[in-house]
Write a new protein. Structure first.
Length: 346
């Protein structure tokens, strides 16, 4: 049976080049700053993002947590979207571990936060209020269709932040998907941000790892925070070696994933009881809404799984499909026809 796993781009396995690089990686004790491969990856990442320095961490969740812990103290407030990954899917770690107060604003369907809402949410100095320290933007925006946020918008938020002496962190788990989709350099998307995190273990297919980038002082503090949460690694150059391959060889090909996602959205758009937006499919994510209340996403996902097509239910009537390195144009056609069959048999 043909297996098409569209649940997430995190299911990608390391390439042959990555495995070779891992086997041959030069390593040292990274807590002592002595792993040459990690040091090289951190330099590369900083340069790609146009920042002074970078820090290798185990996951996107840790990258965001460490960033928030550095930007905000206990009782400080962070402004973030109500559909953001940091708010929804990171166990509320900023509050649970950092005592940081989340202030959510409604995400627009394209993943942006309204500029007036941001401005209005920044607290004046008043004994009743927490202090607003940080704005978090997500790019691409996972729960908002994987939409990329352009440099114009990113810069406007940066300007509001600077005017109000508030910082900006970008959760750029898929920032390279945004950059490739918009045909800009990733650094252009974060030039006004104080920090950015991005994942190597998603569309870039590395087995483990994320980076946090920012100025040298920020990264020094982030290194302390990483140790605090138990994320100090030793000979992790083995992982960094795969990440270097991911950064050098796997970015440009993301365009292929975007084409396949668009083709999938188009293939599903004709199915009566589904609602899919091909024009809103600008990176590697396709969100599918079921318009027939007799069909639940969980039942549909289970029936598709039996046929070898794996989707992720993201709500009672919503599923997500994500294209990635192991998904071909043929897989996408096959998945669309399996889905069409299941829906017509429902
Ligand atoms: C996946 C993801 C994260 C977290 O990354 P993990 O490596 O799974 O911890 C953070 N933000 C966004 C937008 C993501 O999609």
């Amino acid at each position: 049976m043909r297996n098409v796993d569209l649940r997430s781009d995190t299911v990608t396995r390391p390439t042959r080049a990555m495995r070779r690089a891992m086997a041959e990686a030069e390593v040292g004790d990274d807590v002592f700053g002595e792993d040459p491969t990690i040091n090289r990856l951190e330099e590369m990442a900083a340069e790609r993002m146009g920042k002074e320095a970078a820090l290798f961490v185990v996951s996107g969740t840790m990258a965001n947590l460490v960033s928030l812990l550095v930007h905000c103290g206990r009782g400080d407030e962070v402004i973030l979207g109500n559909r953001s990954h940091t708010f929804l899917y990171e166990q509320g770690g900023c509050a649970g571990l950092g005592g940081i107060h989340p202030r959510t604003l409604p995400n627009n369907p394209d993943g942006t936060l309204d500029l007036h809402d941001i401005e209005a949410a920044i607290r004046p100095d008043n004994i009743h209020f927490p202090r607003t320290r940080l704005i978090v933007l997500e790019n691409t925006h996972n729960r908002c269709g994987g939409n990329p946020l352009g440099p114009g918008y990113m810069n406007k938020v940066g300007e509001i932040a600077r005017r109000n002496r508030v910082r900006v962190h970008v959760d750029g788990a898929r920032i390279f998907n945004a950059a490739v989709s918009l045909c800009v350099d990733a650094s252009e998307l974060v030039s006004q941000a104080d920090s950015v995190s991005f994942c190597l273990s998603k569309g870039l297919a590395a087995p483990v790892g994320s980076l946090v980038c920012g100025d040298a002082d920020f990264i020094q503090e982030a290194r302390r925070a990483r140790k605090l949460v138990g994320g100090g690694m030793r000979q992790a150059g083995i992982l960094a070696a795969a990440s270097i391959v991911a950064l050098t060889e796997m970015v440009d090909r993301l365009a292929e994933d975007h084409e396949n996602a668009r083709a999938l959205a188009e293939g599903l758009a004709g199915i009566g009881s589904l609602s899919v937006d091909p024009d809103g499919t600008r990176t590697n994510m396709v969100y599918i809404t079921i318009r027939d209340e007799r069909i639940s996403s969980y039942d549909l996902a289970e029936r598709l799984r039996v046929k070898g097509v794996l989707l992720l239910p993201t709500g009672p009537y919503e599923l997500r499909a994500v294209t990635h390195y192991h998904i071909t144009a043929g897989d996408v056609d096959h998945a669309a026809s399996v889905i069409r069959n299941e829906i017509s048999n429902a």
